[in-house]
Design a protein around this ligand. Sequence first.
Ligand code: NDP
Ligand code: MG
Length: 400
Amino acid sequence: MTTAASPARRRISILGSTGSIGRNTLDVMSHLGGREAFEVPAITGMGNIDLLVRQARQTGAGFAVTADPDRYAELKSALAGSGIEAGAGPSALIEAGHRDTDLLLAGIVGIAGLAPTLAAIAGGADIALANKECLVSAGDLFTAAIARGGGRLLPVDSEHSAIFQVLEENQRHAVERIILTASGGPFRDHTREQMASMTADVAAAHPNWSMGIKISIDSASMFNKALEMIEARHLFGLRPDQIEVIVHPQSIIHSMVGYSDGSVLAQLGAPDMRHAIGYAISHPRRANLPVERLDFARLARLDFSAPDEIRFPALALARTAMQRGGLQGAILNGAKEAALEAFIAGRIGFLEMADIVAATMDRLDDGRQATGIDDVYAADREARAVAISIIADCGVRQTS
Ligand code: NDP
Ligand code: MG
């Protein structure tokens, strides 16, 4: 509501505000005017209650939610006297998505973000989407919900933001291909033998981007790029054969679109998620963002090479999932999550993650389709269970 005295503030809710994307979003919002410019109907986190409380107080959020129901009392007492409502657990997350907002930043990691994001979509909010697992696991349902809800879907993943920025809306018929760039991660030049013995700590140390632990390890295995291929297919309505991946170690070109006249348009920038976040929340305007400006003389060169699909089998698995369609995206993601957790716990080796995902996808390749969100959650649970049983069959590795 606008009053004569106070111009309307833009309403932005943030799912996953305590994570890497969430913190960067709040940083961008504070650069773009903070509480003067933005109202925050809802924010959510999970384990980091101290930060959630600080963020809620700083932004004057209407509703602060932890996904962990056991932390409700702690959150509520920390917010006592602030006038900020507290909530906990899956239903409170969905309630956060339902709170009236102009834009919802979907920054939860994993499929837990699907239901609250769909709640905001149903309310007609624009969605700034970082939570790629929503599109990977439930792409058709998700894009249909956006069409019904009437809000815009604004990509935050840097590659998809790049494509969105150079995709000429009235020339979509002339798009031949998109080219997703990949840094290649910390193991870009490692042999398979070296990769086999890598630990989670080493895999999580990304050379260019500072991100959450899961996405950092997914970058090392290129499962992140695999998810991004499926994400791009749904975001831009492409065929699997139109989606290419190129290794570009400097992460300066964030992705490209190739047109039928042979032109390739690219978006370039410093590897800083605040650009893609700022672009999404300011769209269609370009705001003044606190990101480093490129100095081409200092950069001097940009390198490219084809990805090695023997060392990085995740890319072929994404193609298989896209070709099979149905719930294979949800199955790939669920199996990958279980394998990733087993790798972080030291129970399996780095290279075994892809073997487990491939075996799970094959075992659950029965052409099933999603008729609703429950089918997606069921496929996710089943994929995790199958992957865990495969891991158990392989035997438990000794942790050092
Ligand atoms: P983080 O792990 O840093 O943050 C995840 C957020 O989700 C935190 O707020 C966390 O709460 C919360 N959370 C974790 N588990 C659950 C759960 N089960 N239910 C509800 N909330 C939960 O992740 P990132 O910020 O790195 O990534 C978020 C999403 O954005 C992912 O889908 C990722 O792939 C995508 N993305 C991230 C990029 C990046 O630069 N980080 C780049 C492009 C895409 P808490 O911390 O309080 O426990
Ligand atoms: Mg990305």
